[in-house]
Design a protein around this ligand. Structure first.
Ligand code: PAF
Length: 307
């Protein structure tokens, strides 16, 4: 939190700023967190929220940094949400290191962390069912290849939003389709909470690989191969108008699949924000190239704007 104050001395008035760092608080129980947030809101504090599944990296920390700039209080949540995993092995192998995450959050001036158990978020079987409908935007890409994934995301984000009731919430562009879904969730279904949903840029490793919690699961050889995903997307951005949509899809797939460690699951060109499939290059619509690639047992996604 930044406090500004004026000092009057002789004939001068000077303006001073001091940064006050609160001690980070960790809550496992939703009702205790709510009581604390109610107090902070009653004191006029604005709340910025960064939901995560832990295994934090620079991408998450950039969300915290963005939240820090605009809000008095920054709340993060760490919850590996079982209902959004369509593959039980992916859930089992998802990296977890709560102590390391909490240290990172503290170092990066997060004020409050919510670390609920599964039963805290889902008290019964019924609560695991999503009540939202998003139509065609969940029928493509991640929605098509990960059945049920977005039901789980919408359900958990809605539950977290209702508990934290932030003024602002922050999500990464790497999960572009997820961001579009959450924007609709907040605007259409949770409009009474009045939450502004913000999108923050993809943070990349120095060689271009999009940061992801799953990157730590890659072997050294797979990690080397994985750089081809972003390299190929950037090549496609520079060359897309020279080829037709189908030719470009094939060229991207062939380049990536040429590496034995990589297998393209899908490559799609869609519009932002409607996720309409692009069949020919149109200058008047924002086109995003979205890809999912299986790297051994690890599944990575990435995307790049063409225009
Ligand atoms: O992007 C993620 O890490 C998760 O999908 C989210 C938004 C925290 C919901 O579990």
């Amino acid at each position: 939190m930044c406090i500004a104050f004026l000092i009057y001395s002789d004939n001068f008035v000077t303006l001073h700023f001091i940064m006050i760092h609160r001690k980070m608080e960790v809550f496992e129980k939703a009702d205790l967190l709510r009581t604390q947030i109610d107090k902070l809101k009653a004191d006029g504090m604005s709340i910025g929220f960064v939901p995560t599944m832990g295994a934090l990296h620079q991408g998450h920390l950039s969300l915290i940094e963005n939240a820090r700039k605009k809000n008095d209080i920054v709340v993060a949540s760490i919850f590996v949400n079982p209902t959004q995993f369509n593959n039980p092995n992916d859930l089992k192998n998802y990296p977890r290191d709560l102590d390391k995450d909490l240290k990172l959050l503290e170092k990066n001036n997060c004020d409050v962390v919510f670390t609920p158990s599964v039963s805290e978020i889902y008290p019964d079987e019924n609560s695991k069912k999503s009540e939202y409908h998003f139509g065609k935007i969940v029928e493509v890409m991640e929605g098509k290849f990960r059945p049920g994934h977005f039901d789980g995301v919408a359900n958990v984000v809605s539950r977290l939003f209702k508990i934290v009731q932030p003024d602002n919430a922050y999500f990464g562009q790497k999960d572009f389709q997820q961001y579009i879904l959450i924007k609709i969730l907040a605007g259409k279904y949770l409009s009474d909470l009045n939450i502004q949903v913000h999108r923050c840029p993809i943070i990349r490793e120095p060689d271009g690989l999009a940061m992801s919690s799953r990157n730590v699961l890659l072997s050294p050889q797979q990690r080397k191969s994985a750089v081809l995903i972003s390299q190929t997307l950037f090549w496609a951005k520079d060359n897309y108008q020279k080829l037709s949509v189908n030719e470009l899809k094939k060229a991207i797939t062939d380049k990536i699949n040429a590496d034995n460690n990589l297998k393209v699951e899908y490559i799609e060109f869609v519009t932002d924000p409607d996720l309409d499939e692009v069949n020919e290059w149109a200058k008047d619509r924002k086109i995003v190239a979205c890809i999912a690639v299986q790297v051994g047992k690890v599944r990575l996604i990435d995307n790049v704007y063409f225009n």
